[in-house]
Design a protein around this ligand. Structure first.
Ligand code: 3PY
Length: 252
């Protein structure tokens, strides 16, 4: 059976006391009612990572939302993968559509960031997904295949082994619109097929593919019931402990 994962992408939200309170609520609940079949990851803003690494407990793993492609140097305002690993971070989200859109991150840059993350011992959560326009033009499969080919499939088998893929249709991010379970399953199956072609059937079978894009406490169960959906990368609903815990417990 594949790993089942629920990761919360907090984006640029919460003050430090609010972040502490949220992690505390999650940790307490997961300690009182452990979930054995789901890996739980939270991705808070950079300033909170070191402290949360001490306070999160064993049931929660920590992710960053981004990293720089270089290891150190004169890059004012940036944070390297090595720094993240040194404060106990285990994952890093790369290629989120907001980074691609607002910070012009392209596949060439993502290739460097992936290498830097892996070299530092971080496991990448690599995001892909099409815009509404691309879906309406019916080029969404080609577009996602290209994103994977250019941004991800340059990794060696050994490197790729560490990767989680997140499919996040841009038209479903922060819009309240969610892909239907059929649309999600269809794309996840397609992504798995691309992994099989680029690597092998075993890699395809093993790679966790998460759904992201307005996944919430109401729709998670239906989405997670899809054969090729191995969990979610959760935006807004990860900011409230009750919702996030419901999503964590949405696997059947
Ligand atoms: C969303 O659901 O809004 C996300 O972007 C998760 O990363």
């Amino acid at each position: 059976m594949r790993r089942q994962i629920v990761a919360g992408n907090w984006k640029m939200n919460k003050t430090y006391p609010e972040a502490l309170a949220l992690v505390n609520e999650l940790a307490t609940d997961l300690q009182n009612n452990p979930v054995s079949n789901v890996e739980v990851i939270v991705a808070p803003p950079f300033p909170y990572l070191a402290a949360l690494s001490d306070k999160k407990g064993d049931a929660i793993q920590l992710s960053a939302q981004n990293c720089h492609q270089k290891d150190s140097g004169a890059f004012t305002g940036e944070v390297s993968a090595t720094m993240l690993a040194s404060v106990g971070c285990e994952y890093v989200i790369l290629g989120h559509s907001e980074r691609r859109q607002y910070f012009q991150e392209d596949s060439m840059l993502l290739e460097q960031k992936l290498k830097a993350a892996l070299a530092a011992g971080l496991k990448p959560i690599f995001c892909c997904g099409e815009s509404l326009e691309q879906r309406e033009q019916e080029i969404h499969f080609d577009f996602v295949a290209q994103q994977l080919k250019d941004g991800l499939f340059h990794l060696s088998n050994e490197e790729f082994d560490k990767v989680i893929i997140a499919y996040e249709p841009i038209w479903a991010i922060g819009t309240g619109r969610t892909a239907s379970s059929e649309q999600a399953q269809e794309m996840h199956e397609f992504i798995r097929e691309q992994v099989s072609r680029a690597y092998d059937a075993e890699a395809a079978l093993k790679t966790p593919i998460l759904y992201g894009g307005s996944c919430n406490a109401q729709n998670a169960k239906e989405l997670f019931a899809c054969k090729d959906v191995d969990g979610g990368l959760i935006g807004g609903a990860a900011l409230k402990s009750a919702d996030f815990l419901t999503i964590i417990r949405s696997f059947q």
